[in-house]
Design a protein around this ligand. Structure first.
Ligand SMILES: [Zn+2]
Length: 192
């Protein structure tokens, strides 16, 4: 998968087809620029395919003697559901206990983008972010919790459409030690 393959012209043509196949006129005033605009929007929503984790995290690890928990809460993200190409969006919470290394704070949202700006499902997104962070920081333990709303279920009017889907992925001591996991979860529940 490679964004170099992203063909704006071709996507715009397909959007024009959607409009005319729906019975509307793609040439009329309000719709004239819509196909190109949609293609550009999708290029942004799928920009993760052209990002490389190594480039995103370049030179941003620092040594530390800290061995207490670091928690970064409510990092906003949006992504595109691979089942119906509609957005899902919400927040990512990350916690870890370092083992000699910490990562620059600004890098975590970038790492999230590498995986969220693709066709995704929330469960895999959660795993991919936690596995990437785990291998970059090699912490004592690490957890990722994502809460998101899904346009597909809102549009369909599912019973749970107003609620968030929560997914989590725990590594190391966050998985093996109940107290550590609880400490992380209480940090992110206490929304201050
Ligand atoms: Zn969906």
């Amino acid at each position: 998968m490679n964004l170099d393959k992203f063909n704006i012209e071709e996507i715009a043509k397909l959007v024009r087809n959607i409009i005319s196949s729906s019975g509307d006129d793609p040439q009329r005033d309000g719709l004239n620029d819509t196909p190109e605009r949609v293609a550009k929007l999708y290029k942004n929503l799928l920009s993760g395919y052209s990002m490389k984790i190594e480039e995103v995290t370049n030179n941003s690890l620092f040594s530390t003697t800290l061995d207490d928990m670091i928690v970064i809460k409510n990092i906003e993200f949006n992504s595109l559901c691979e089942h119906d190409l509609t957005p899902f969006f919400g927040t990512v919470n990350v916690g870890y206990i370092p083992e000699g290394k910490i990562i620059g704070l600004s890098k975590i949202p970038k790492i999230i983008e590498v995986f969220s700006k693709r066709l995704q499902v929330q469960e895999n997104l959660t795993n991919e972010i936690s596995s990437a962070l785990d291998s970059i920081i090699s912490p004592h333990g690490l957890g990722v919790v994502i809460e998101a709303k899904h346009s597909c279920s809102i549009l369909r009017g599912d019973n749970f459409s107003s609620s968030n889907l929560t997914t989590s992925s725990m590594h190391g001591s966050f998985r093996s030690n109940l107290n550590t996991r609880q400490e992380f979860l209480s940090h992110i529940q206490n929304n201050t």
